[in-house]
Write a protein that binds this ligand. Structure first.
Ligand SMILES: Nc1ncnc2c1ncn2[C@@H]1O[C@H](COP(=O)(O)OP(=O)(O)OP(=O)(O)O)[C@@H](O)[C@H]1O
Length: 301
């Protein structure tokens, strides 16, 4: 095999992609370690699919260095393609074959495929195994896309908005599947607009806006400590809402109770979710302003 194992499964340096007047990706640096699950997050048009498609070898870059499993994707041959799995944002499957037939066909293209029946069970399509793909619902067809992405036992799996159209139960089942792939050592690059999905699955996330990486870090650290500080919120006797960011929400609640002398109205302790932090970072990126943290008690009208 004409590949070299590098430290990172994916290595990107100074990536830039220009479509005519539009700069879709600018000066992007990123490393994804072997075995890591990495989520690339960002609003519509941020440059996620462009980046992922360059890594998959589907799109040529304007400039920069890219290495995927030790190979430049612009020059990746069949042996390299057999080591990666791809679930595109949308696929143009004709749907004439049954689920089993389609998977058998795909499995035959790989040197060490997974067992087709096991893959069908893993994506929850056992009852539809003999159904033509055209007759499946949108969410079921999406599950076929996921099955096709993993049947070749890829070392690196690209998942571009994999659970769009899934019902909540199917999403939970999919998360279990991704965790088992990760446990087997699969490296996963996920793009999703479901921030809970990223929080559930990813070790690290990168947030891209306007083609630039605005933050990157461990899922429980991204955005920094300040953005993650819990908020204590309550209403006073006059009906005014108070909101305080504090590292000691329990102590703050105790002091409010001591002051009010009873259960405070509308008391909440809010721990910012990944979605809250993401929205703050994307807003800051679009306005160009720094994230302002209010340490002081603030009365909200
Ligand atoms: N083939 C193309 N020709 C011209 N412009 C394109 C092309 N593909 C993407 N773009 C532009 O590049 C930018 C990034 O698009 P991209 O599809 O990478 O974003 P995305 O983050 O994947 O968005 P979404 O969340 O909507 O899928 C957008 O401004 C888009 O309009």
């Amino acid at each position: 095999m004409n590949t070299t194992r590098t430290d990172a499964a994916v290595r990107i340096r100074g990536l830039r992609k220009v479509y005519g007047e539009v700069t879709a990706v600018e000066d992007l640096d990123l490393d994804i370690a072997h075995g890591e699950t990495f989520a690339l997050l960002g609003p519509n048009g941020a440059g996620k699919s462009t980046t992922v498609e360059i890594l998959e070898g589907y799109r040529l870059r304007t400039s920069g260095e890219v290495s995927v499993l030790g190979v430049d994707p612009a020059r990746g041959g069949l042996d390299w393609k057999q080591r990666i799995g791809i679930v595109l944002q949308s696929t143009g499957e004709t749907g004439l074959l049954t689920v089993t037939e389609m998977l058998r066909h795909f499995a035959s293209l790989y040197p060490n495929p997974r067992d087709v029946d096991e893959v069908i069970a893993a994506v929850g399509l056992e009852a539809k195994a003999k159904t033509r793909i055209a007759k499946l619902s949108g969410g079921q067809q999406r599950r076929v896309d996921v099955a096709l992405g993993i049947v070749g036992r890829p070392e690196l799996l690209f998942l571009d908005e994999p659970t769009t159209g899934f019902d909540p139960e199917a999403r939970r089942q999919f998360w279990g599947l991704i965790r088992s792939l990760k446990a087997e050592g699969t490296t996963i690059l996920l793009t999703t607009h479901y921030l809970d999905e990223a929080a559930q699955l990813a070790d690290r996330a990168g947030i891209i806006a306007g083609g630039r990486l605005v933050d990157i870090g461990a899922i429980d650290e991204i955005g920094g400590a300040d953005a993650r500080r819990p908020i204590v919120r309550w209403r006073d006797a006059a009906g005014t809402t108070h909101e305080v960011r504090t590292d000691e929400p329990g102590l703050h609640v105790a002091s409010v109770v001591a002051e009010v002398g009873r259960e405070p109205d509308g008391l909440e302790v809010i721990r910012p979710t990944l979605e809250d932090i993401y929205l703050g970072l994307v807003r800051d990126a679009s306005t160009g302003s720094a994230n302002e943290i209010d340490d002081t008690e603030e009365a909200l009208a």
